[in-house]
Design a protein around this ligand. Structure first.
Ligand code: C2E
Ligand code: MG
Ligand code: MG
Length: 648
């Protein structure tokens, strides 16, 4: 019973189905009323003069007129967007009206019956049969309407025929009944298929919308993702190149995020990223588009023509989202952020170039103006060109021939002994002249060249060290990229093993930034090296951001205090206090301590007094080629005690 009732119901919950029914039906409405009108006019015509004019002119005229008005209403409504509530109302009205109109036509046709002869009776039977069949056909997509029409027309009509007593009429009645049953069956199947098709389309659309969302949204922060960012950037860059449209691209990178991730786990890291996204969204206005580009990098597009001062103001605002610490799961983490901007179209008119330049400005911010915004400038462009020349030259030269090493002594002023040498890379190129190691090493680090360069330098350094006395160590700098490359680490191990130099004589110097990069991988590399007997020194300590607790967790043997603190040690009490704190810390954590950049006797004396006796700097000697190392070693042994020298 319930399922029969369901056949007659408009499913008002299924908005898509109602929309599709309305759309399909409104396409067939004119046809339906056309059939109805033509059939009625034909029937009225064959009864003209036989039946009274009220039945041959007035009544059919009224019905045809009503049909025409309905038809016009439907045609008008055809292209409009229909509210679900209105759609349900319209469909229900169609069901009722269909029934009423059908009944009215039937009543009219049967009222002509008493007036005609046998052939006119045939016409009436034909009229009712053919009209109702074609109307049901037109109403196929609105099942309740088709069923109601069947009920209000076919049922009384069949009863009428069966009751007529005429054999032919009874036969026609039975025939019509059977055909109707078959048609209802087909109708139910078709409308079911129609509903399934519409529901299928709805599901497909939902899935494709979901796919689109997933492809364009970052699942962690719910911000637009890299793909959407570049899509938008490309659109705007296109406008910049064709219509000189002005806008701003920014790249934000978090400072100290790596440490949070490594120390507290990825769960906390994720929450910090999520909250960063939220804070960024809160401060943005509708000219600003914020996306997460991946890792701890966010992208910003400001679609407005801003002066550089205004861009910097936006940047400061962006950096200020890190003013408040992040408290996540009972942990309070303090991180920072630096941001680089590129202004279109001046800095470029393609998405790639604009992003690259904003990223370059970010790199500058990170290196020199941490926590502040930097805008890509002409000077940056000159610098990029210079660096790209260096890169191209490095790629084509014979590294073995042009790269060399200088060695700077490290001494213990307490025992008056020369303890080791730090190997420092040198590059002389006929066209470029001398290129500073921090410059070409950082260029090499951004390409795959660093691996080869490290191997060339290490081989030379090991060859030199093998000729030194056994008690003198070799300090060698490894770059961040070396430490995260398992291949380089394995090559390093192999080189050291085949060199014949006792691994316990070798110290690897790594910088804090290296350790911040990929904690797991770096730790694994350091473990391998230390298991061979090598020692690890943290270089330039104090120049970066690492917290003392972080340093404590690393597998370290030595800390080299950055020369930045030594410069003012004689004049500034503050600098002296910092150095003292670090020296005390090393003693507590059982790290050896080396002070670098020692230039004057006064500095030697102060540092010695603060408790560190291992030093390196111009005061003792500048880095020298291997050819001078031997004489230096020989002379040093007989030279004055540096502590005496300092005192004298
Ligand atoms: P670093 O490892 O901290 O090396 C110490 C730097 O301080 C050297 O600069 C050295 O010449 C300089 N220095 C030493 N004593 C004094 C002093 O008393 N006063 C002053 N003002 N400076 C002093 P250099 O040779 O220009 O090297 C710069 C940086 O380049 C190094 O810093 C290191 O980070 C990197 N580097 C050098 N050689 C290599 C290498 O073979 N591999 C890698 N990965 N990096 C290297
Ligand atoms: Mg070093
Ligand atoms: Mg250093």
């Amino acid at each position: 019973m319930k399922s029969i009732a369901k056949l007659f119901r408009i499913d008002a919950e299924n908005h898509e189905l109602m929309g599709a029914q309305l759309a399909a039906f409104s396409r067939q409405v004119p046809l339906l009323y056309f059939i109805l009108s033509v059939n009625s006019i034909a029937l009225a015509f064959t009864h003209l003069g036989i039946a009274p004019p009220s039945l041959t002119v007035a009544f059919p005229g009224f019905l045809v007129g009503a049909s025409a008005i309905r038809c016009i209403i439907w045609l008008r409504r055809r292209d409009g967007v229909v509210e679900p509530k209105a759609a349900a109302r319209t469909l229900r009205a169609t069901v009722l009206l269909g029934g009423a109109l059908g009944f009215a036509f039937l009543a009219w046709a049967l009222s002509l019956f008493p007036y005609g002869d046998t052939s006119r009776h045939g016409h009436i039977l034909f009229f009712v049969g053919i009209t109702v069949v074609s109307c049901i056909f037109c109403l196929m997509h609105v099942r309740p309407a088709a069923l109601v029409l069947t009920g209000t027309v076919i049922a009384p009509f069949v009863v009428f025929l069966l009751a007529s007593g005429d054999v032919v009429h009874i036969a026609i009645g039975l025939n019509l009944f059977l055909v109707t049953v078959a048609m209802i069956y087909i109708l139910i199947i078709c409308s079911g298929q129609f509903a399934a098709m519409v529901n299928g389309q709805v599901e497909t659309k939902r899935l494709s919308n979901e796919n689109f969302r997933l492809a364009n949204v970052d699942s962690l922060t719910e911000l637009p993702n890299r793909r959407q960012f570049f899509h938008r950037l490309s659109d705007l860059a296109e406008q910049a190149s064709t219509a000189n449209h002005r806008f701003v691209v920014g790249v934000l990178d978090l400072d100290g995020f790596k440490a949070v991730n490594d120390l507290y786990g990825h769960g906390v890291g994720d929450r910090v990223l999520k909250e960063t996204g939220q804070r960024l969204l809160e401060l943005s206005d509708d000219t600003q588009f914020i996306a997460r580009l991946g890792g701890d990098e966010f992208g910003i597009i400001v679609d407005a023509d801003l002066e550089p001062e205004a861009v910097l103001a936006v940047g400061s605002k962006v950096c200020s989202v890190f003013d408040a610490p992040f408290s996540v799961a009972g942990i309070v983490a303090k991180i920072g952020g630096s941001v680089g901007f590129a202004l279109a179209p001046d800095a470029g008119t393609t998405a790639e170039l604009l992003y690259e330049r904003a990223d370059y400005a970010l790199y500058h911010a990170k290196a020199r103006y941490r926590g502040q915004p930097v805008i890509f400038s002409r000077e940056h462009e000159v610098e990029i060109r210079k660096l790209s020349t260096i890169e191209h030259t490095l790629r084509r030269i014979d590294l073995e021939a042009e790269l060399s090493l200088h060695y700077q002594p490290i001494v213990n002023v307490g025992t008056a002994r020369l303890v080791g040498f730090e190997a420092l890379a040198r590059w002389h190129n006929p066209e470029l002249g001398d290129v500073a190691p921090d410059v070409f090493i950082s260029v090499a680090e951004r390409t795959e060249l660093i691996g080869t360069i490290t191997q060339v330098l290490l081989r030379k350094a090991l060859a030199a060290a093998s000729s030194w006395p056994e008690d003198i160590f070799l300090s060698f700098n490894l770059s961040m990229r070396d430490l995260i490359s398992p291949v380089t680490i394995l090559q390093t191990v192999a080189l050291i093993e085949s060199s014949g130099v006792d691994p316990r004589r070798i110290i690897i110097e790594v910088t804090e930034t290296a350790l911040m990069q990929d904690y797991e991988q770096v730790q694994a590399s350091l473990r391998i090296l230390r298991s061979m007997g090598l020692k690890v020194a943290l270089d330039d300590f104090g120049s970066g951001q690492s917290s003392l607790s972080y340093v404590h967790q690393l597998s370290l043997d030595k800390i080299k205090i950055d020369r930045g603190f030594i410069r003012n040690i004689a004049t500034q009490e503050n600098a002296r206090n910092i150095v003292k704190t670090v020296i005390d810390l090393c003693r507590n954590l059982k790290f050896d301590c080396v002070v670098e950049g020692v230039e004057t006797a006064e500095q030697v004396e102060i540092i010695d007094r603060l408790g560190c006796s291992t030093m390196q700097g111009y005061f003792f000697a500048k880095p020298m080629p291997q050819s001078e190392v031997e004489t230096f070693i020989a002379n040093y042994r007989v030279s004055d005690h540096p502590r005496m020298a300092a005192a004298g």
